[in-house]
Design a protein around this ligand. Sequence first.
Ligand code: GP9
Length: 403
Amino acid sequence: SDSDKRMIKEWFNNRNSVTAKNYSGMMKGKNLIVVQLEAFQGFVLNRSINGQEITPNLNKLSKESLVFDNYFYQTAWGGTSDAEFLSNVSLLPAREGSVYYQYAGNTYDSLISELKNQGYYTSVMHANRPGFWNRANMYKSLGFDSFVNENNYVKDDIQGLGLSDKSFFRQSVEKIKEYKQPFYTFMITLSSHFPYKDENNKIKDILNVGEFEGTTMGDYLKAVKYTDEAIGEFVDALKASGLWNNSVVVFYGDHSAIPFEKRDQLAKLLYNKEDLTPLEWFNAQKVVMMMHFPGEEFKGHNSMIAGQMDLYPTLANLFGVDAKYALGRDLLNSNSGFSMVREGNWIHDNVVYLKSTDKVYDINTGKELNKNDYIKDFELVYTYLKYSDAVIEHNLIKYFEGK
Ligand code: GP9
């Protein structure tokens, strides 16, 4: 009903109309490059195997960047597309299927549309078929000026599912150099896609994975190492083009890489044991997240619990735009950690609820807590789901904005 709609609008308004925020507009006018990395789980960062760093380039970059150590993925059935949606729109994935397929015709408020209103040129780059995840349609609704897809790249090198990340970055920088500034470009990598098979044996010796040779984990680590090399070349190319010094550059992982059925391999790598406890499994469901600022205005580690829906509000504040209908929080103006996923798990600072055990724990000690003491958290999670679904399923942004 109309009164429900008004109530929901009010709720979002109250949530997002915080006055006196730090760092507002600090990056106004800078270019923004956001790179979503296929299946980049957090545990690969700053980890070595048999004496070799898995992600030397990201590790190096992390020293000059603001790194979020407890950044959880929040994707559901829409995989990569959910991560794109969470990050750019700050709403949760769809109840079933994917927002990209089911609600591509909606009106959205997004990082893209907000920056576009400020005169930014906006593009999205991904070297796969434009129809995959219904991207071509969804990207129009999200407000991108251009979608640089498979058809716009020369297929000169294949790795994994399609064009190699090295070639993707190389060709993309050439295109970005021609963009009218300021711009926002959102880039999605592809080479480190499950099952990480190296069909043409191009990267078999990229990393000595020892006992993991021939396993999903072994193949994954090699694929990650390959993409990390591509990232190194990308950063060098941005520096050579002069873009590095006037761009905010963000790298983050989209979703999990090692499936639950293969958690023994994760247990082996992380703890040198056979299996993971439910809490250890939960703790491993983080993704890489780092932001590099042109003058290194922010760097170091931020350990607050965060999730993918926090990206849009965080960048919105820095770039001086409003994320009016965001569910997430501005991570540079918040001192309370939170993340949740559609399937039920949530974490609020040191308190975590696991759907698999239906129990609440202290994340630091592993001690079980009394569920009844956290009713407010369960209610909050329920409200997020309810309002996110309402906005998406009833195309409420269109209504809110009187369009
Ligand atoms: C394909 C890619 C993969 O274009 O983004 O999506 P995923 O299967 O990881 O959800």
